[in-house]
Design a protein around this ligand. Structure first.
Ligand SMILES: [Zn+2]
Length: 241
C-alpha cells in the first residue's frame, strides 16, 4: 500500500487527536467525584439504616419514660390521699398507725421509682443524642453530595467541551487523508490499544518502543517515501520522520 508522505504525516496528526480523545474519555470515566459520590451514597444508606433503628429505640424509651412518670404520679396521689386522711385525724389509732406505716413504704417506693425514672431519662438522652448526631451527619453528607455533584457536572462539561473540539478537529482532518489509509489506520487502532500509527524514531517504533532489527531497518531505508511500512512487532503503521 502506498500513501504520500504528507498523508502519512497527517495520519500522525490524526493519531495525536485520537490519543487525546482516548485520554479525555479515560479521564471522564475516572473522575474522582464519581467514586466519592458512591462512597457518600453508601454512608447515607448506612446512616439511614442506623437512624431507623435508633429512632425506634427512642420511641420505645419515650414510652418507657412516660410509664415511669405515671408510676411516680400514682404513688404521689396515693401519698397525698393518705396524708390528708392522716391530717384529718379520722379513724381509729390503729388505722392511723397503718396509714403512717403505708406512707413510709410509699415514700420508699417513690424514691425507687424516681431512681428508675432517672436511669430511663439518661438512657433517653443518650439515644436522643445519637439520633441528633445521625441527623446532623445526614445533613452534612447531603450537602457534600450536592457539592460533589456540582463539581462532577463542571468537570464533565469541561471534558465534553474538549471532546467536542477534538471531534471537530478530527472531522476536519480525516477528509484530507487518503480514505484507504484512514481505513487501515482505524483497523489497526482497534487491535492495537487505540494507537494505529506511530513514528519511526531512530531504530525504534514509537508505538511499541521496540527496536527494529538492522536488516529490516535497511530494507525500510531502501523503500520509496510513499511506501506504507508496518512495525513487525506491533503491526502499527510506521511513519518515517
Ligand atoms: Zn511497533
Amino acid at each position: 500500500m502506498k500513501a504520500t508522505p504528507e498523508d502519512q504525516n497527517l495520519l500522525i496528526e490524526l493519531q495525536l487527536i485520537d490519543s487525546q480523545i482516548t485520554q479525555a474519555k479515560v479521564k471522564l470515566a475516572g473522575l474522582p467525584e464519581i467514586e466519592q459520590i458512591t462512597a457518600i451514597h453508601t454512608r447515607l444508606e448506612n446512616t439511614a439504616v442506623e437512624l431507623a433503628v435508633v429512632e425506634t429505640e427512642l420511641a420505645d424509651v419515650a414510652i418507657e419514660l412516660r410509664r415511669s412518670e405515671v408510676d411516680v404520679e400514682q404513688v404521689e396521689d396515693r401519698m397525698k390521699k393518705d396524708e390528708s386522711r392522716l391530717n384529718s385525724g379520722i379513724g381509729t389509732p390503729k388505722e392511723l398507725e397503718q396509714l403512717q406505716h403505708e406512707l413510709v413504704t410509699l415514700a420508699k417506693r417513690k424514691a425507687d421509682l424516681e431512681d428508675g425514672e432517672l436511669e430511663i431519662l439518661m438512657k433517653h438522652d443518650g439515644v436522643k443524642a445519637r439520633v441528633d448526631e445521625l441527623l446532623n451527619d445526614q445533613v452534612g453528607l447531603k450537602k457534600l453530595e450536592l457539592e460533589l455533584h456540582v463539581r462532577l457536572e463542571n468537570a464533565k462539561a469541561e471534558i465534553d467541551k474538549t471532546l467536542a473540539e477534538l471531534g471537530a478537529a478530527r472531522g476536519e482532518l480525516v477528509p484530507k487523508i487518503d480514505a484507504a489509509l484512514v481505513e487501515l489506520y482505524d483497523k489497526v487502532r482497534i487491535s492495537a490499544h487505540g494507537v494505529g500509527a506511530a513514528l519511526l524514531v531512530g531504530n525504534k517504533c514509537d508505538g511499541c518502543h521496540l527496536s527494529i532489527n538492522a536488516i529490516e531497518l535497511e530494507r525500510i531505508k531502501g523503500l520509496e517515501a510513499d511506501e506504507i511500512i508496518r512495525c513487525e512487532e506491533c503491526r502499527r503503521i510506521l511513519v518515517r520522520i
